[in-house]
Write a protein that binds this ligand. Sequence first.
Ligand code: ZN
Length: 318
Amino acid sequence: MPVHSIPQSMLEAVRQFADPQVAHDFFVGIRFPNGVACPRHGCGSASVAYLEKYRRWYCNDCKKQFSAKVGTIFEDSPIGLDKWLPAIWLIASNRNGISSHELARALSVTQKTAWFMLHRIREAMTDKAFTKLAGPVEADETYIGGKPRRPSIGRQTLASKKAPDGRKVRENPKAIVMGIIQRGKQGKVRAFVVPNATGPTVANKVRANVKPGAVVYTDADGAYGPLSADYIRYVVNHAVEYVNGHIHTNSIEAFWALLKRTLKGTYVSTRPEHLQRYVEEAVFRFNSRHSKDGPRFAVAEKSADGKHLTYKSLIGKA
Ligand SMILES: [Zn+2]
């Protein structure tokens, strides 16, 4: 099975993956770089026989068949890899993300299908590896949303408010996203939708993600005060100045700018329950900011392995 090279442009990606066999072989090459092994939980046997006609393998140990999609975000999806791979390319290479409407047009699928595909890809982009950041880090939070929206959507999540003329308007409550970023050119960010920005919430997020004793830069928000006991904390008072020598939160501000550009430009009506996945997409984009499109695509595609998101859990009915 030939392993095809990573496409270097959108045009190459679409041309290359329009052939289902090429898309399949490409994915197999990335997913199983050391040879195909049974992906079923607890098996992992390399004693497998390829059934070329069906693009499936038979595992000689657990005696079951599997496709390249088993155990990935593509499992149970009727959409072929000839559409999945260009979709991953589009979301990974587009600076501001891509809406489900745009993706639907590009792939000739319904908007609902495109919406589900995008959420599965965001799930794949979620970085589940975990080590505490060594610092120096910047920690901060930002507020998302709060714009009026059609009352027919998500009624239970809306807060009521009076307009100046006395009529009732509905608006989303603002969601709070907290971010922690390792400083430096290659510094990675982590970001979380949090229920509030109180001391216990933000301080515990820092403790869970940053090694004790590290240098932590925050604004003057009192919520971060308790961190001074375990960390070397520097404070920039935004009421007075934005930069005082090395004391600033400009690194995390750069991520907020990217996150807001993504949410405002492309995802106009983000439901609160899906916000974390959009945040993960922005995190992925930010953390691969020095990669070229091709390698970034390969990382996103490789990440599809071991992730799963069913339609039921996506719409909150699992
Ligand atoms: Zn097996």
